[in-house]
Design a protein around this ligand. Structure first.
Ligand code: ADP
Ligand code: ZN
Length: 611
């Protein structure tokens, strides 16, 4: 349809977005859409999907409708586009009737070529009728997995979108998602497209995310220590309960961090304000339940920490995926305990739904336990689960500090003996007490001090016993029986180990498990540090950016990304030409911000000459 050469596309990339090169995969998708073909794109979060349709939409002479499920996402996208001088309209329920009418007029007239809205809005008969009189060239469906019942997040309001191909046979469809397995992919293409649809699947890997798992002991204290070198960075700490969320936010605030608690128990105004602060300010830590996160496309989230176990491998990967969308290094840590695993199990089996569904959920949880107990590369454990081939990553705790695996069959046999001799009737806490030879009421009541296994592992630290038990559960040798309040039972595999027919090899417990992330933490810290940039100047520029963003009520990153500010702080550009050299500076932003930023840099340079 519109054939544009590669150099011309690169030039448009710079003039509209200020970027010097395409990211992997982007050029091909842009070319496909400009040719007039349909496209379905599966790319991980942060890969840069938006630009793949925005650039063709801007370059084509026809109009584009972008369907997006969340108001916050629409607002951010439109704000970022406007910062780049692209006239985009948006219609949604948080705007007044008049404002929506106004936005429509801009789109229907020559004012704006792009219109963002929710699927419900689009599929209203009046809207569809009105669009028939516009020359709509392309419909973009963001979060396209929501259309499929096979996917992890079906939304009924997406289903109606399958009428688009019939209602607008002339228009192209471009659909995007970060998650869709093979069945979901086929379903999406079938529902949305009836012409040449090219499918692009870019894989799941997010190499810039470091991965680490820590045993959950004294986690509040350790979390504060872990975050110490990250002062000034934005991040999310996920907790399971509202109480933990409030407590942890208080602990962090007391330690001098800017931290907010976010959960469904807070009222709407508070939540909107908290989210807004997180999006616009720098260095804010959101301590949240999973109520927070959908629609957060802040590019510079530097860490996502799970204070307790997520519900499944899928949920975990989606939640950590919110970190490092800008491609710069970001850190993920998961605190893991047997209690949390049992809690999650209970939530599945006490929850609603069919037995079959529960079993599926349980498998997804088990996959995550496998990740937690992995003794080899954690990224490989994730990617294998998502059916993607991979090699050791060098950016997870197990790669950086490979655990030593040893034979602990004798320890396992002692644990089995304790479970057996107490009648497979007790949870891990009591089994542990028996093995340690503890003196307490429960032991005395049951006369467990008389058992042969009493005190059998008294010389081993409690943390080691817990680690062996977790690993026995992860491998399926011991199973907590939910109908009996988590009483541990020995499985077939457990019996084989117990009889010495199979060995039990496990990670050698570390002297201090804190050392697990000190390496990956150190690494992430180094790579995200300023490398030649002037830190004081960088902070000044960030402050300036925040001031501008707050005045305009737009996210800070919509002014400039961190990466551009870092380049400013390193290269200290002072002329327009020098500014324009920097990745992320296009002509519009140059016009808008050259003066303010060049002045700040000039002031800084002058002050440092004299001082
Ligand atoms: P996705 O929708 O795939 O999660 P986004 O479209 O939000 O990702 O892009 C992630 C971030 O990367 C955004 O902040 C975007 O501005 C930035 N980005 C996209 N393409 C490029 C590029 N070619 N060069 C530099 N930054 C880019
Ligand atoms: Zn690894």
């Amino acid at each position: 349809m519109t054939a544009i050469s590669e150099p011309a596309l690169l030039a448009s990339l710079k003039t509209t977005f200020g970027y010097d090169h395409f990211r992997e995969g982007q050029l091909e998708i842009v070319e496909t859409l400009l040719r007039g073909d349909d496209a379905f794109v599966v790319m991980p979060t942060g890969a840069g999907k938006s630009l793949c349709y925005q650039l063709p939409a801007i370059l084509s002479a026809r109009k584009t409708i972008i369907v997006s499920p969340l108001v916050a996402l629409i607002d951010d996208q439109v704000a970022a586009l406007r910062q780049n001088g692209v006239a985009a309209s948006k219609i949604h329920s948080h705007q007044s009737y008049d404002e929506n009418a106004n936005q429509w007029r801009r789109f229907a007239g020559p004012g704006a070529q792009l219109l963002y809205m929710s699927p419900e809005r689009l599929m209203q008969p009046r809207m569809l009728e009105a669009l028939k009189h516009q020359s709509v060239g392309m419909f973009v469906v963001d979060e396209a997995h929501c259309i499929s019942k096979w996917g992890a997040a079906f939304r009924p309001e997406y289903e109606a979108l399958s009428q688009l191909k019939m209602l607008f046979p002339e228009a192209q469809i471009a659909a995007f998602t970060a998650t869709a397995d093979e069945a979901t992919r086929q379903d999406i293409v079938h529902k949305l497209s009836n012409q040449n649809c090219r499918v692009f699947v870019k894989g799941f890997d997010r190499p810039n995310l470091s991965l680490a798992v820590l045993a959950k002991e004294k986690w509040k204290e350790r979390l504060v220590n872990l975050l110490e070198p990250k002062r000034g960075q934005s991040g999310i700490v996920y907790c399971l309960s509202r109480k933990d969320t409030d407590d942890m936010a208080a602990v962090l605030s007391a330690a001098g961090f800017t931290a907010l608690a976010y959960h469904a128990g807070k009222d709407g105004d508070y939540r909107r304000d908290a989210q807004n602060r997180f999006m616009t300010e720098d260095g804010l830590i959101m301590v949240a339940t999973i109520a927070f996160g959908m629609g957060i496309d802040k590019p510079d989230i530097r860490f996502v920490i799970h204070a307790s176990l997520p519900s499944s491998m899928e949920a975990f990967y989606q939640e950590i995926g919110r970190a490092g969308r800008d491609g710069a290094p970001a850190e993920t840590i998961l605190f893991y305990s047997l209690q949390d695993f049992i809690k999650r199990q209970n939530m599945i089996f006490d929850g609603e739904g069919e037995g079959e569904f529960k079993l599926l959920e349980y498998k997804r949880l088990e996959a995550l336990i496998g990740y937690c107990e992995a003794t080899t590369c954690r990224r490989m454990s994730i990617l294998t689960y998502f059916d993607e081939a991979s090699t050791p990553c060098g950016n997870c705790d197990n790669c950086l500090d490979p655990p030593v695996v040893e034979d602990y069959s004798a320890k396992a046999q002692a644990i089995f003996a304790a479970i057996q001799q107490t009648g497979q009737f007790f949870g891990q806490a009591h089994i542990l007490d028996v093995l340690k030879g503890a003196q307490n009421a429960k032991i005395r009541q049951r006369n467990h001090q008389d058992l042969a296994c009493f005190g059998a592992l008294a010389d081993d630290p409690k943390a080691h016993l817990q680690s062996w038990m977790r690993q026995l559960i992860a491998m399926g040798a011991v199973r907590p029986n939910l109908a009996r309040y988590g009483a541990l039972e020995i499985t077939e595999l457990g019996a084989q180990i117990s009889q010495g027919d199979k060995p039990f090899t496990a990670k050698k417990p570390k002297a201090s498990s804190a050392s697990v992330t000190s390496k990956s933490g150190g690494r992430a810290k180094n790579t995200s540090s300023l490398e030649g940039a002037d830190d004081k100047l960088f902070q000044d520029l960030k402050a300036l950016r925040l001031e501008i963003a707050q005045e305009k009520n737009i996210p800070a990153y919509a002014v400039f990304h961190d990466s551009a500010l870092k380049d400013f702080a390193t290269l200290k550009p002072q002329t327009r030409a020098q500014f324009e050299e920097i990745n992320g500076v296009g002509p519009k932003k140059l016009d808008r911000y050259f003066e303010a930023f060049s002045q700040a840099i000039a002031l800084y340079v002058a002050a440092h000459k004299n001082g």
